[in-house]
Ligand binder design. Structure first.
Ligand SMILES: *Cc1c(COP(=O)(O)O)cnc(C)c1O
Length: 353
């Protein structure tokens, strides 16, 4: 048997997640991964790397609980929100039997994590306005253990109607977990569903330090849920999911001063977003720019594949969303610095003539 044949069938058939980093490119304007455009300074205070780290570093958990307005018992920290997506499947889904459900166009890791573990995934396409098709979901819930709802949604940028998520929570009570992926919630904090945890034992909220906290390279994310859910996830998480330096930097980022700095970054991004949206709406080859509650915008562009390639060749790396259902002709653009916005604007103007 070849090495390939020795592998599990679902792994042989797996298409790995096409992360922005994997897609490569030789750019100097990186607007394809929804990262913060500039690095934030940090210090390493923990020097004792001879010792194993805490599984759930106390300072990180306490600081996040305080920031999110929940009890420390309701917080799990992991290697990015991506690990949270996977831990939930490992804890709640029986491979070959249960399924997860999500509503494209949305984040790509829900299907990749399910496939890696051998759990089926089902999709119910979003409606024309990219809101939830509640009837469609109700019709597909049989055997579903987890429903992922990304709000605000990546890549469309809009908040999913809270009333619809409430209806979803009512229809899944006792049967499935509803996961609200709030990776971008710092850009629209009023939309968080965290305060609903008291009402819904099956609600889970995912968070990350990768976006507004400007720490994508740190790999640190959070799962917020009721204590029963957290206790189950603690059974399947690795014994040492975060290295000591990660915990050290995360605790600093979540200190009162760190939170203030994050809010200043968010304010800057919102100003820059307004500038970029206004400029794009004035460019002939840009057919539509969606309203966004996040640090990226989705735009429909004439001959988008050719434009994507042309900008790529100029070192301006955007994210092509063409292949997602209902997003033909769409490119996703991360909000960067003013100079980066200007490079995009100038390049798109040049494509229009
Ligand atoms: C970026 C992103 C994540 C992953 O966050 P990490 O903490 O970097 O793993 C999860 N969900 C969505 C919707 C994202 O855009």
């Amino acid at each position: 048997m070849s090495i390939e044949d020795l592998a599990r069938k679902n792994v042989r058939e797996l298409t790995p997640y096409q992360s922005a980093r994997r897609l490569g490119g030789k750019g100097d304007v990186w607007l394809n991964a929804n990262e913060y455009p500039t690095a934030v300074p940090f210090d390493l205070t923990q020097q004792s790397l001879n010792r194993y780290p805490e599984c759930q570093p106390k300072a990180v958990i306490e600081n996040y609980a305080q920031y999110a307005g929940v009890k420390p018992e309701q917080v799990l920290v992991s290697r990015g929100a991506d690990e949270g997506i996977e831990l939930l499947i490992r804890a709640f889904c029986e491979p070959g039997q249960d399924a997860v459900l999500f509503c494209p166009p949305t984040y790509g890791m829900y299907s990749v994590s399910a496939e890696t573990i051998g759990v089926a995934w089902r999709t119910v396409p979003a409606l024309e306005d990219w809101q939830l098709d509640l009837q469609g979901i109700a019709d597909q819930l049989d055997g579903v253990k987890i429903v992922y709802v990304c709000s605000p949604n990546n890549p469309t940028g809009q908040i999913i109607n809270p009333q619809d998520i409430r209806t979803l929570l009512e229809m899944t009570r006792g049967n499935a977990i509803v996961v609200a992926d709030e990776a971008y919630i710092e850009f629209c904090p009023q939309a968080s569903l965290v305060s609903w945890l008291a009402e819904y034992p099956h609600l889970v909220v995912l968070r990350t330090l990768s976006k507004a906290f400007a720490l994508a390279g740190l790999r640190c994310g959070f799962t917020l849920a009721n204590e029963d859910v957290i206790a189950l996830l603690m059974k399947v998480i690795a014994p040492y999911p975060l290295s000591t330096p990660v915990a050290d930097i995360a605790a600093q980022a979540l200190s009162p001063l760190g939170i203030v700095a994050m809010r200043e970054r968010v304010a800057k991004i919102l100003v820059e977003r307004q500038y970029l949206v206004a400029a794009l709406r004035d460019i002939p080859c840009v057919e539509a720019v969606c309203d966004s509650e996040t640090n990226y915008i989705l735009a429909r562009i004439a001959t988008s594949s050719a434009v994507f390639k042309s900008l790529w060749d100029q070192g301006i790396i955007l994210r092509d969303q063409n292949k997602q259902p209902s997003l033909s002709g769409c490119l996703r653009i991360t909000i960067g610095t003013r100079e980066e916005s200007q490079r995009v604007i100038d390049a798109l103007r040049a494509e229009s003539v």
